[in-house]
Design a protein around this ligand. Structure first.
Ligand code: PLP
Length: 368
């Protein structure tokens, strides 16, 4: 089996799987309880918050645990106060968990300005041209989940704050977190998820620089600084922190190797006349290309029959063609024949070579 769909989800690291049984037994208590083992559980939980904060180089109390990045993205956009400023500036290629909220936000009176660009990467001027004194928030993801485009979010955030420090900056770093270092100095909100980096499903987080900027969408017992009520998921928090630490080390140590794998894919596409959809400025572990000859689904099924698992884009598209590639202005043929390959530092070189071999053979067999 060759799994090349790590951007959709990733297998849980063995260390985490090994540890969780013992941890569930040791820390099953409700951390809000006041007896000794519950206090220990609370301490353990807070330790995980600190570990996540360390990965992001931010203060411990700025980390809010949630159950998914989808939830984190909703907590920010729906939790802002739009009384003083009504405009949000959003990149056109954001994940569904951002764009699906537009209709609801419009009902709150929010005006949405879209950063539309064809090159698939946001430039500082694209943002500076759209912000004004009615802008509440700028929302730009760090790494695009379909193309791997790497946005210069740190520089953009700095420019936004220079223009007006009261404009809030939000970034979805789901495909960045635990893989690349990030400087959140000028960022107000960042969202991330455990299952993309070898943690359990149902553990995710939200970085909030200033908690007063958010009101709670989920009301209840006031957990997570009142931002996200619900009994704490202690083991989930552990798996998020542990996965982030393991993943970051692996990606940092193997960055050059991942670049080499990407070069093989680039060379393969050029040699066979396939179009590369990932922009120049992209990370090495997500690569998107189109054969232009075979519908994505047909090639994905063919590869699946050979034990190779890839996707055509975001898992959240549920079989629909990629709106990201459409928005980037690619033709229907390109959009409908796209393949996304997403890698892990443990991906073997021979797996990539085998993938290339099977794609070539599949295209030769299946093309009309
Ligand atoms: N944002 C991006 C960029 C993603 O790739 C995903 C997952 O596909 C999400 C948000 C949603 O993450 P979750 O599955 O934790 O809700």
């Amino acid at each position: 089996m060759i799994y090349l769909d790590f951007a959709a989800t990733s297998p849980v690291y063995d260390t985490i799987l090994k540890n969780i049984e013992e941890m569930y037994k040791k820390y099953f208590y409700n951390p809000s309880s006041k007896y000794y083992p519950a206090i220990q559980a609370q301490k353990f939980y807070e330790m995980q918050r600190e570990r996540v904060a360390d990965v992001l180089k931010v203060k411990k109390d700025s980390i809010v645990f949630t159950a998914s990045a989808t939830e984190s993205n909703n907590l920010v956009l729906k939790g802002l106060n739009y009384k003083d400023r009504q405009k949000i500036v959003v990149w056109a290629l954001e994940h569904k968990s951002i764009t699906a909220q537009f209709e609801t936000l419009k009902k709150y009176g929010v005006k949405i300005a879209i950063i539309n660009n064809k090159i698939g990467v946001v430039k500082e001027d694209d943002v500076l041209n759209l912000i004004d004194n009615n802008t509440k928030l700028v929302c730009i993801m760090g790494v695009n989940n379909e193309t791997g485009a790497l946005n210069p979010i740190e520089r953009i955030a700095e420019q936004i704050k220079k223009y007006d420090k009261d404009i809030l900056v939000m970034t979805d770093i789901v495909q960045w977190f635990g893989k690349l270092e990030i400087n959140l100095e000028n960022v107000d909100f960042a969202t991330f998820s455990g299952h993309k980096i070898g943690g359990l499903r149902g553990c995710a987080g939200l970085y909030v620089k200033n908690k007063e900027k958010l009101h709670s969408v989920i009301e209840g017992g006031g957990h997570e600084f009142g931002i996200r009520s619900g009994t704490e998921n202690i083991i989930g928090a552990y798996s998020l922190a542990e996965a982030a630490v393991i993943s970051r080390k692996k990606y940092m140590e193997n960055w050059g190797y991942l670049m080499k794998l990407k070069e093989i894919l680039v060379h393969f596409c050029k040699e066979n006349g396939f179009l590369i959809n990932s922009p120049e400025e992209s990370i090495p572990y997500i690569f998107n290309f189109s054969t232009g000859r075979i519908p994505s689904e047909v090639l994905i099924n063919y590869l699946s029959s050979k034990g190779i698992f890839v996707s055509s884009g975001s898992a959240c598209n549920k079989g629909k063609s990629s709106s990201v590639l459409k928005t980037m202005g690619f033709s229907d043929i390109v959009v409908n024949s796209s393949i996304r390959v997403s890698l892990h530092p443990d991906t073997r070189l021979e797996d990539i070579e085998h993938f290339c071999h099977e794609v070539k053979e599949g295209v030769e067999k299946l093309a009309l």
